[in-house]
Design a protein around this ligand. Structure first.
Ligand SMILES: *[C@@H]1O[C@H](CO)[C@@H](O)[C@H](O)[C@H]1NC(C)=O
Ligand SMILES: *[C@@H]1O[C@H](CO)[C@@H](O)[C@H](O)[C@H]1NC(C)=O
Ligand SMILES: *[C@@H]1O[C@H](CO)[C@@H](O)[C@H](O)[C@H]1NC(C)=O
Ligand SMILES: *[C@@H]1O[C@H](CO)[C@@H](O)[C@H](O)[C@H]1NC(C)=O
Ligand SMILES: *[C@@H]1O[C@H](CO)[C@@H](O)[C@H](O)[C@H]1NC(C)=O
Ligand SMILES: *[C@@H]1O[C@H](CO)[C@@H](O)[C@H](O)[C@H]1NC(C)=O
Ligand SMILES: *[C@@H]1O[C@H](CO)[C@@H](O)[C@H](O)[C@H]1NC(C)=O
Length: 348
């Protein structure tokens, strides 16, 4: 009873301040949707409080929006751009920070949108960051993005980058914003990794001495030159070990992350998927003495059955005997951070 009262009081206070305590009254924009008849009253402040929503019926041009948002640096509230006809979101060019504590930041189902292009955006505070269903979108173009996180504790932001153009890719810099944040556990992401840009010696497409980030699968087969992976830290792709004569994976002692979002249209985390149809994120032949990787922290993926240590035939034989945890600990020397919830078809 007392607890309920407190809860009510808490909710009341929370909605009263309605996130908008952060803004001067002239910097608050109340309407639920931005439309041609109210855009004139959009505040000219650097920091605006608003649950900003723009859609098909907003009847606004890119020019009108550019003018309305030209001073906007911080948006407190939320942002939804759905079912609109713009080719990008460059009208929010000056925006550096979105604080949407209790709301999603969603840019979805915009038929003609080819990129976001919010080139000054560094920070997105939200529990759900979704860029999905934009059929023409091939890149995010968020070159300064550093932080996607939520502030209310406990919180675990959900990332959805689903159903955009089939060539949609994220840069390694954009990927790292998500995969180096351990609070992000749920990825509904179907994305390639963009071709590494020009002259960055630390990023490579084939294993090379000195390379730290590999864009592509790492296949370790017979006669593999282990020196080429000694400094490798991140694989944006799968780790596949087949027909190798190595006893262990100590050559991957610097590897911390394996990230693979190359699902191919199949729904993330769907228990209905036949695991054999998907390229696993990790697949390792079974006869090695040890498959531990000394610094491995995370395997990040939206493929349901991420890790496949045994080969398929063995899986069928040994399925009943293995435990998921045993397979996890076979790979990780350190306590895994948000390891995949499925190993060899077993749920952890
Ligand atoms: C759209 O906005 C223009 C002015 O920008 C106005 O003339 C027109 O009537 C509006 N259309 C609708 C359907 O509201
Ligand atoms: C999206 O826009 C189309 C017109 O382009 C409209 O027919 C449809 O109802 C809109 N959908 C939503 C969910 O608003
Ligand atoms: C946003 O970025 C562009 C290009 O990097 C730059 O020219 C512009 O000054 C920036 N705007 C603000 C308000 O920071
Ligand atoms: C592994 O070896 C088997 C038989 O020795 C061979 O059939 C297969 O093609 C090899 N696979 C790879 C990836 O080297
Ligand atoms: C990790 O990288 C450092 C610096 O590149 C190197 O000295 C070290 O030998 C590497 N560790 C392994 C296990 O290869
Ligand atoms: C996508 O997955 C299906 C199985 O669901 C598979 O048959 C197909 O080859 C895959 N396509 C690509 C491009 O990987
Ligand atoms: C499978 O588990 C049973 C006990 O549940 C055990 O007796 C047997 O040795 C196990 N087989 C393998 C291959 O580990």
């Amino acid at each position: 009873m007392v607890f309920t009262l407190f809860l009510l009081l808490f909710l009341l206070l929370k909605t009263n301040c309605s996130t908008f305590q952060d803004c001067e009254s002239e910097c608050i924009f109340e309407p639920v949707k931005l439309i041609s008849t109210n855009i004139g009253s959009f505040p000219k402040c650097a920091k605006v409080c608003s649950f900003l929503k723009i859609d098909h019926s907003s009847n606004l041009t890119h020019e009108q929006l550019t003018e309305a948002f030209k001073n906007l640096e911080t948006l407190v509230g939320g942002l939804e751009i759905v079912n609109a006809t713009f080719t990008d979101v460059k009208f929010l060019n000056s925006l550096t920070r979105i604080e949407a504590n209790t709301s999603p930041v969603r840019i979805s189902n915009n038929e003609k949108m080819i990129e976001l292009g919010m080139v000054n955006l560094t920070t997105v505070i939200t529990y759900n960051f979704a860029v999905s269903g934009n059929k023409e979108m091939t890149v995010l173009n968020l070159p300064k993005l550093q932080i996607v996180d939520c502030q209310l504790s406990p919180c675990k932001p959900v990332i959805s980058m689903w159903n955009n153009n089939q060539n949609f890719c994220m840069t390694t810099e954009e990927m790292k914003v998500f995969l180096l944040n351990n609070r992000i556990e749920q990825f509904y992401v179907n994305s390639k990794v963009c071709e590494p840009a020009g002259d960055n010696m630390k990023t490579c497409k084939m294993p090379e001495v000195g390379c730290e980030e590999l864009v592509g699968n790492l296949e370790i087969g017979p006669n593999f030159d282990t020196k080429t992976v000694n400094s490798l830290k991140i694989i944006y792709g799968s780790l596949l070990v087949r027909n190798s004569t190595l006893d262990d994976l100590s050559c991957l002692g610097n590897l911390t992350h394996i990230a693979q979002f190359g699902g191919n249209g199949t729904k993330a985390n769907s228990p209905l998927l036949d695991y054999k149809l998907l390229v696993p994120v990790v697949k390792i032949q079974k006869d090695m003495k040890s498959i531990k990787m000394a610094n491995l922290k995370r395997i990040v993926t939206s493929v349901w059955n991420a890790v496949n240590i045994r080969d398929e035939n063995d899986w069928e034989l040994e399925n009943g005997n293995e435990t998921c945890a045993a397979n996890q600990y076979a790979l990780f020397q350190k306590t895994p951070q948000n390891a995949p919830r499925s190993f060899d078809g077993l749920s952890c």
